[in-house]
Design a protein around this ligand. Structure first.
Ligand SMILES: C[S@@+](CC[C@H](N)C(=O)[O-])C[C@H]1O[C@@H](n2cnc3c(N)ncnc32)[C@H](O)[C@@H]1O
Length: 244
């Protein structure tokens, strides 16, 4: 069946030919960078509704990572429009980070709707380079639906470990590659090249749990779940937290 993958990838590319024409002309990436936050919010509405319970449960023990000063500092990488803000505890100081400046206006709207937390600023940066944030300075970090975007997950996780204080936690929820023997994985491979263009860099076939397992965390609480969203190539997820 594997010989079918390149063939079906070609068919998929033909179905979205205008995208490939814009790519060839060098117009797709700048255009999509501007429009992507708008479409990301529209398309992810159902996703957030369907995974609300899982996220609520994931973030239910955030307060356990309160620092010795009694305060809880939180840095969210790939913050997007701030879909996770509603789950953060009352008074929590939050810094958002994202490499796309076009998310900021959507983020501001969400900050206004989440007055229970203290928004301390937005850093325009990629997860691969958090040099603005000192070593061991943050109690908690969050990254949801972001490791699928980054060019090198290992580099980002090294930055996460650097920035977290000892005993601090990194919370994650990511869609990942399905079981390699499954049909889902077959179709993920077929769609992946086109999905990466349509999703502004998002990959369907990352085995992100392996990166988390291999990183230098003292404890890893990781679960594989299947999201309830049917008929999409992003049903396989990992969810949990890793402690430095
Ligand atoms: C699908 S959105 C997820 C937003 C939010 N975390 C959520 O769960 O709704 C992915 C976000 O990751 C950002 N992103 C892309 N590449 C990144 C990178 N290398 N480092 C950090 N964030 C990145 C994108 O700009 C986008 O805002």
């Amino acid at each position: 069946m594997m010989v079918m993958v390149p063939l079906l990838q070609g068919v998929t590319k033909l179905l979205v030919l205008p995208v490939y024409v814009l790519l060839f002309l060098g117009l797709w990436d700048p255009l999509w960078k501007k429009l992507f936050p708008y479409f990301m919010i529209k398309f992810s509405r159902l996703y957030h509704q369907q995974l609300h319970k899982e996220k609520q449960q994931l973030f239910s023990n955030l307060a356990d990572f309160t620092g010795s000063s009694g305060s809880l500092s939180l840095l969210e990488i790939g913050v997007g429009a701030g879909a996770n803000f509603q789950f953060y505890p009352f008074g929590c100081p939050v810094i958002g980070m994202d490499p796309n400046p076009n998310v900021e206006k959507y983020l501001l709207k969400n900050i206004a709707e989440n007055q229970h937390l203290r928004f301390e600023g937005f850093i325009l940066a990629s997860g691969e380079d958090l040099h603005q944030v000192p070593d061991s300075s943050v109690d908690m970090m969050v990254g949801t639906l972001v490791l699928c975007y980054v060019a090198d997950v290992r580099v980002v996780l090294k930055e996460v470990v650097r920035v977290l204080r000892p005993g601090g936690a990194f919370y994650f929820m990511e869609h990942v590659a399905a079981d390699r023997s499954s049909w889902t994985y077959f179709w993920q491979q077929v769609y992946d090249p086109t999905w990466q263009h349509l999703g502004h860099g998002c990959s369907l076939i990352k085995e992100t749990w392996k990166n988390l397992e291999n990183e230098n965390f003292s404890k890893l609480n990781l679960h594989h779940i299947i999201s309830p969203i049917k008929w999409t190539p992003i049903r396989s997820h990992i969810i949990g937290y890793a402690i430095k």
